[in-house]
Design a protein around this ligand. Structure first.
Ligand code: 6PG
Length: 496
């Protein structure tokens, strides 16, 4: 058996600032990040052999102490004890909480750093409060590299936990140019995990929009992957500057070792997902928030997964007649503009969703602070988030980002190209669900009169569901006997 580097002198215990459970790549890297910032970390993993493997490998020589059991881990911690779970969401989180609960004392803090569903976090916080335990559900974004060098961290839960965990979390978080850490308290209950879920929904939209831009460059513009790589690299030097554009340029420039072709060309076009994009969409449907582009991005992944059916259908279903390709430089610039305008609309939807859900959940979210947390470390980090944080600094209660003057200006400048690109895509038979839904969101939001008057008339016609009149006060409902055969009784009015 391997000897664990637990100090021989038991009077030196407890000595760890925090305990971390779960030595998969995110957990290991977060521990190393904490140790690199001067914290002493106790580490545990369900498969205990991983602990010594870690302490004798990557963690050797650092202030990281392995624990063989949960009891040992808890015994190593300074009070109030802080235990962070970096394990799979769902059952594993539930099981560790059950095992840790009797080992902890009132005032101790349990932290879940995985992608848990916000409602699970909310429930766990309320339940653990019965034993006086503090609970934090925190978003951690940035992938394995971010975890090691500085992620964006979005904690929420029991407010009393924040002053205790703040020094560790803000030390290990990414910092933007002025030194501000990409980590701040989000709010009570499931607020931290909710904000991380919306981050991921925006991530889905962002990735899908980039994929659509690439599709247009490839199938309408005829650009090869390396040529598209140069385009994305150039875009990254301007207003589209972001982590996802940067890695897209790298990806498109990579050659496959086996075939010598661009690697992207030999990757199968079916997208996987772990579900956070779907959670965002389901949350948006529940909140009545029109997060159309985020949901379209989820549908686009579902559609991509139907590979066999698509291949069969491609031999049967006709597309448009071949059309001449537009001038390459013009196309590239128009797609860039369409991508930026679509991106603004997708972010507007994400912030609108947060606003609507916060109202329902009784959370006070600081949207400027959320934008600041997303400026560095996380997957959606982008220059645009600086503009978004400025927009909320100028108007904390901004109802929709589309109304912020810099975005009004950007969309006025880009909307013509945005419309032309979507029309061009339709004429060439290239699907652009995220671009199109982003434009539909924009055009719907700016429409003083939508055709919902007809929907209300139809509802009243077949179900006596009533309608409000343009020349009457809001809240006054009318019913018309449209056919002369119906009665005068209207159904009750309520909105699901
Ligand atoms: C992050 C990411 C991360 C997410 C993966 C995979 O912020 O670091 O959002 O949390 O789990 O990117 O997500 P999908 O498998 O759903 O694409």
């Amino acid at each position: 058996m391997t000897t664990l580097p637990i100090p021989a002198d038991p009077t030196a215990l407890p000595q760890a600032d925090i305990g971390v459970i779960g030595l998969a790549v995110m957990g290991e890297n977060l521990i190393l990040n904490m140790a690199n910032h001067g914290f002493t970390v106790a580490a545990f993993n369900r498969t205990v052999s991983k602990v010594s493997h870690f302490t004798e490998g990557r963690a050797r020589g650092l202030s990281i102490i392995g624990a063989n059991t949960l009891e040992e881990l808890v015994g190593l911690l300074r009070r109030p004890r802080k235990v962070m779970l970096m394990v799979k969401a769902g059952r594993p989180v539930e099981e560790f909480i059950e095992h840790l609960r009797p080992l902890l004392e009132p005032g101790d803090i349990l932290i879940d750093g995985g992608n848990s569903h916000p409602s699970d976090t909310q429930r766990r916080m309320q339940d653990l409060a019965k034993d006086g335990l503090l609970y934090v559900g925190t978003g951690v974004s940035g992938g394995e590299e971010g975890a090691l060098t500085g992620p964006s961290i979005m904690p929420g839960g029991s407010p009393a936990a924040w002053p205790e965990i703040r020094p560790i979390f803000q030390a290990i978080a990414a910092k933007v140019a002025d030194g501000t850490p990409c980590c701040d308290w989000v709010g009570e209950g499931g607020a931290g995990h909710f904000v991380k879920t919306v981050h991921n929904g925006i991530e889905y939209a962002d990735m899908q929009m980039i994929a659509e831009a690439y599709h247009l460059l490839r199938d309408v513009g005829g650009l090869s992957a390396p040529e598209a790589a140069d385009v994305f690299r150039e875009w990254n030097a301007g207003e589209l500057d972001s982590y996802l554009i940067e890695i897209t340029a790298d990806i498109l420039g990579k050659t496959d070792d086996v075939t010598g072709q661009p690697l992207v060309d030999v990757i199968l076009d079916t997208a996987g997902q772990k579900g956070t994009g779907k959670w965002t969409s389901v949350g948006a449907l529940d909140a009545g928030a029109p997060a159309m582009t985020i949901t379209q991005a989820v549908y686009a992944r579902y559609m991509s997964a139907l590979k066999t059916e698509r291949v069969a259908a491609s031999a049967v279903l006709p597309g448009p007649a071949a059309r001449p390709a537009p001038d390459r430089a013009t196309l590239v610039e128009q797609v860039r503009r369409a991508l930026y305008a679509s991106k603004i609309a997708a972010y507007a939807q994400g912030f609108q969703l947060m606003r609507m859900t916060a109202q329902e959940s009784g959370w006070t979210l600081d949207y400027g602070s959320i934008a600041r947390m997303w400026r560095g470390g996380c997957i959606i980090r982008a220059a645009l988030l600086g503009t978004i944080s400025d927009a909320f600094a100028a108007q904390a209660e901004l109802p929709n980002l589309l109304l912020s003057p810099p975005f009004v200006a950007a969309i006025s400048e880009h909307q013509q190209a945005w419309r032309e690109v979507i029309a061009l895509a339709a004429l060439h038979g290239v699907p652009v669900p995220a671009f199109s839904s982003a434009l539909a969101y924009y055009d719907s939001y700016r429409a003083a009169r939508l055709p919902a008057n007809l929907l209300q008339a139809q509802r009243d016609y077949f179900g006596a569901h009533t309608y409000e009149r343009t020349d009457g006060p809001r809240g006054e409902f009318h019913h018309t006997n449209w056919t002369g055969r119906g009665g005068e009784t209207a159904s009750t009015t309520y909105n699901a």
